[in-house]
Design a binder for this molecule. Sequence first.
Ligand SMILES: Nc1ncnc2c1ncn2[C@@H]1O[C@H](COP(=O)(O)OP(=O)(O)OP(=O)(O)O)[C@@H](O)[C@H]1O
Ligand SMILES: [Mg+2]
Length: 291
Amino acid sequence: MHRPATLSLKRRSSTDRLPGPRYAAGFGRSVALARDACHASTCAMKSALPPSPGDSQGTAPASSADPSVRDADPVVRAQGLVKSFDDAGRVIRVLNGASIMVGPGERVAITGESGCGKSTFLHVVAGLEPFDDGEVIVAGQRLAALSEDERTRLRRSDVAVVFQQFNLIPSLTVRDNVAFQARIAGRWDPAWGEDLMRRLGVDELASRYPEKLSGGQQQRVAIARALAVRPKILMADEPTGNLDEATSEAVVKAMNELVRFTGAALLMVTHSNALAARLDRRLRLSGGVFG
Ligand SMILES: Nc1ncnc2c1ncn2[C@@H]1O[C@H](COP(=O)(O)OP(=O)(O)OP(=O)(O)O)[C@@H](O)[C@H]1O
Ligand SMILES: [Mg+2]
């Protein structure tokens, strides 16, 4: 039995600033494992912390190498995205000119029928799936211009993804799963990690292994892991798909508050109209385009 996420947010002092690499010193997991996990689950940011509430936008260092990309530019800009799958010789066109813009700190819900392409869209925008046509710019980087390694680096630096499958690492405890990507990025802040676990209601499970957790508990650990690195954007694919209504409400409220607190944008796929209504904007994917 888990208790609901703790929702009150207070400004922290020392933990508002990301820790230096000293927290990474004791980290001895293999790079191969790290790379797999980065592809499969959440990815970390190396760049500067997005502005906290109260900070002016102008003081946050730009995360992109491109000096023409300003902080006020969209975190995600996808234009005319086309993506097809070849299913045993039959071409399925899932995205058919989909376009979207997500501003810094903006929280956008994506809804649509099962099979309409929501996960595919997130995978494309996260640079995990190639696309056939159109343009995607994420955190100032044009995906089509990046090599595989550069896309991996982008995901490690700016983008966090919570997938429909949580992809927790079975050999690590909840606490070490939460810390995993942040340690790779040299950004593990134990106080922030404990805070996240508490807010998401999994702090009492910190020493357990994923196999001992319910689906909903695993999902909340995956969310904590994604936020542990303070990404520029959090992409979440049905992050409450395994939760009961009350816990879903609490988790989405906590996610909302946490992304606001860190300044991250949120792109959330959900089947719940009620949860979608809690975000700034809602887009419906249908026929391969957003309406
Ligand atoms: N690797 C693949 N090969 C072939 N077809 C695929 C592949 N991945 C997805 N599809 C197809 O693309 C369509 C969109 O799938 P996707 O998983 O993006 O839907 P979704 O909107 O996320 O659905 P759900 O709400 O059920 O999660 C589906 O028809 C699916 O069968
Ligand atoms: Mg899906």
